[in-house]
Design a protein around this ligand. Structure first.
Ligand SMILES: *Cc1c(COP(=O)(O)O)cnc(C)c1O
Length: 462
């Protein structure tokens, strides 16, 4: 077989890709007809594809490249660590310096008494760990019946059996016999689509009270934990109404259950604080981390666990772990990423420079005839597309049709912006500069204009 390189013609690479590479969350036949876009290199916030297009990545890959592409420091650290100790495990009473240093650093960064880290290779694996850990915790305390985990519809917690079960994505549950037993889903705080005639705060309160109803219905003696993303990411960047999390906290304080904040997207500066639970004012017992932990430069995830849970779980043998738990290269890369975040004050940049600039430009998109609401916190934002802002009406087409048209126009304008149904979402690298934000929003506006023209021509907009 000849060597496959960046320099081969795009069509040849696409043919090999469709012949041999099964893609996540894709219809392979559809993909084969169109050919996948081939990304060859990236720097800062800009991707280059195999045809030489320069594309602004307003999704930071999959919400993860927080410090931007092309940081040599991370490559150097990885090479150094591979030479010194490429692999060793953390089972059987052994450890190594990268895992020690990273867990100590995370304990320092995490709020309160979240002082202990169980490492995984990804966010999904970390949520699988959480399922087993919270159930084992209650069992070790003599309450094995406390096994139900309450989650939310349209939540995303990963793609493993456990992660997808915690998640509330119906199309995922429909494949492979999910969810696993003892996972219960309550309604999401998505006022735009589900709020009806209520004000956002009335709706937020009622959705939070759904947690209390679920606990009472199931019985407190059956409920192990509640899991939530501080801000739903893959569900469409849904910012909960302000009334939501204070009420969630009140309910959580009242009943004896554990709280898991899935910080896989919201962690590490995305919302303008180290963790999203700080932004929404919520105090978890366990935080799920991945993505921004290493800015995506190496696969790593984990669970940051409070003193009480760690002590109880630590008093027994926890029969759980991954070959790559605390992988030395991934840990060293994550540590270097966190060093850069701190030394370059990346969170200060989000709070004082990029965040306010993006907020102003993004919210101004709500004057566009297609845009119903434009929401943003820190570096994650969304816009709801609608033919009628006052009634929040859907389009006269299957949900997601217009969102997909808009996403294709974004691509054509060299902008990566995703759609979730008819909601457009962004989560750019945290280091994005004001002039790049202007380019991002100008391209988004052009794509919206083109989408409007097209759906008027095809009769979807009326
Ligand atoms: C991406 C994501 C996960 C899953 O992480 P993987 O690394 O893809 O397994 C879990 N939770 C949330 C909130 C995510 O966004």
């Amino acid at each position: 077989m000849t060597m496959i390189t960046n320099h081969m013609p795009t069509s040849e690479l696409q043919a090999l890709d469709c012949a041999h590479h099964m893609h996540p969350f894709s219809n392979q036949h559809e993909l084969s007809e169109r050919g996948a876009r081939i990304i060859t290199r990236a720097k800062g916030v800009t991707l280059t594809d195999s045809d030489g297009n320069e594309i602004l990545d307003a999704m930071a890959g999959l919400w993860c490249v927080n410090i931007g592409y092309g940081r040599d420091e991370l490559a150097d650290v990885a090479a150094r660590q591979m030479r010194e100790l490429p692999y060793y495990n953390t089972f059987f009473m052994t450890t190594h310096v990268p895992a020690i240093a990273l867990s100590a650093k995370l304990a320092e960064l995490a709020p309160g008494d979240l002082n202990h880290v169980f490492f995984a290779g990804s966010g999904s694996e970390a949520n699988d760990t959480n399922i087993r850990m919270v159930r084992h915790y209650w069992s070790a305390k003599g309450k094995p019946n406390k096994s139900v985990i309450i989650s939310r519809k349209n939540a995303y917690h990963g793609s493993t059996l456990g992660g997808a079960s915690l998640g509330g994505m119906v199309p995922m549950h429909q494949q492979g016999g999910l969810p696993i037993p003892d996972v219960y889903h309550i309604g999401q705080p998505n006022w735009w689509t589900e709020g009806g005639d209520m004000s956002p705060n009335e709706f937020g309160l009622s959705r939070a009270q759904g947690l209390e109803h679920a606990i009472l219905e199931l019985g407190e003696d059956r409920v192990a934990a509640f899991i939530a993303e501080p801000i739903q990411g893959a569900g469409g960047v849904i910012l909960p109404p302000e009334s939501y999390f204070p009420e969630i906290q009140r309910i959580c304080d009242k009943y004896d259950i554990l709280l898991i904040a899935d910080e896989v997207i919201c962690g590490f500066g995305r919302t303008g604080n180290w963790f999203g639970s700080q932004t929404v004012g919520w105090t978890p017992h366990i935080m799920t981390i991945a993505k921004g932990l290493s800015s995506g430069y190496a696969p790593i995830g984990g669970s940051i666990v409070c003193d009480e849970v760690a002590n109880v779980v630590g008093s027994t043998e926890f029969n759980h772990g991954y070959t790559y738990s605390g992988h030395p290269v991934a840990s060293a890369v994550a540590l270097e990423n966190l060093r850069i975040m701190e030394e370059e004050n990346v969170i200060g940049h989000v709070q004082d420079v990029a965040g306010p600039h993006l907020k102003q430009k993004w919210e101004a998109l709500s004057d566009h005839p297609l845009v119903g609401e434009a929401k943003i916190v820190g570096m994650m934002g969304s816009i709801a597309l609608t033919p009628d802002k006052s009634t929040r009406a859907p389009f006269a087409a299957t949900a997601g049709t217009v969102g997909l048209i808009c996403r294709e126009f974004c691509f054509a304008n060299n902008l990566v912006m995703r759609h979730v149904g008819d909601r457009m979402i962004i989560a750019p690298p945290l280091v994005i500069q004001p002039d790049e934000i202007d380019v991002l929003v100008n391209r988004a506006r052009r794509a919206l204009d083109q989408t409007l023209l097209e759906i008027k021509a095809t009769g979807i907009f009326c």
